[in-house]
Design a protein around this ligand. Sequence first.
Ligand SMILES: C[S@@+](CC[C@H](N)C(=O)[O-])C[C@H]1O[C@@H](n2cnc3c(N)ncnc32)[C@H](O)[C@@H]1O
Length: 199
Amino acid sequence: MLRKTDKQNILNRFASKGIFPFQMAFTLLIPLRNIFLSPAQLAGRLELNTDSVVMEVGPGPGYFSPRIAGIISKGRLILADIQPEMLEYARKRMERKGLGNVGYYRCSGERFEFPESTFDRIFMVTVIGEVENKDIYMSEFYRILKPGGILSVTELAGDPDKLTISEVRKLAESHAFSFYRQYGNEKNYTVNFKKIQRI
Ligand SMILES: C[S@@+](CC[C@H](N)C(=O)[O-])C[C@H]1O[C@@H](n2cnc3c(N)ncnc32)[C@H](O)[C@@H]1O
């Protein structure tokens, strides 16, 4: 049983900047979220193929993940989160849905232990603002994306860590990503970048 002060502490972290507390993960699975962005809408923005190799950074309990794993039936989805409790939540959810093409990766907060040019897509939803080492993550994403691969960043209204479109563009473009496509508006948006090989 949690003490009153622990509960208060979790609620405070839920409402303020910083890593989203895993104890509140259930709030991320409310279907009402589809008003802002549905898993099907997001999947359309990722331009997936059935054999795509995809990493979702910060999946939390995996609201968007089953839809993506289902589309890339001949590919693989890696769920990469900094909180092991979130990964465990997502793993149970994916297994219950019979999705076997999924791997789980515990982020260190810095380097990603994957070889260069591993992924066709890397995406994240309401995560980038929580990442402490944003520059390290961006250069790692560039390294582990395949040439022509897409980095997709989605931010949604109500997130205390939300970055603006121009902040996200500045961050990605300073790591050699090329702006490719934008969906939505400043309140709820997805910005996609491409890794164009440096000559
Ligand atoms: C607000 S939740 C969003 C979860 C999910 N993307 C969604 O929209 O339902 C943010 C998630 O990012 C994860 N996260 C925060 N910092 C991270 C980091 N540096 N690396 C990987 N995951 C991180 C948190 O553990 C949490 O699961």
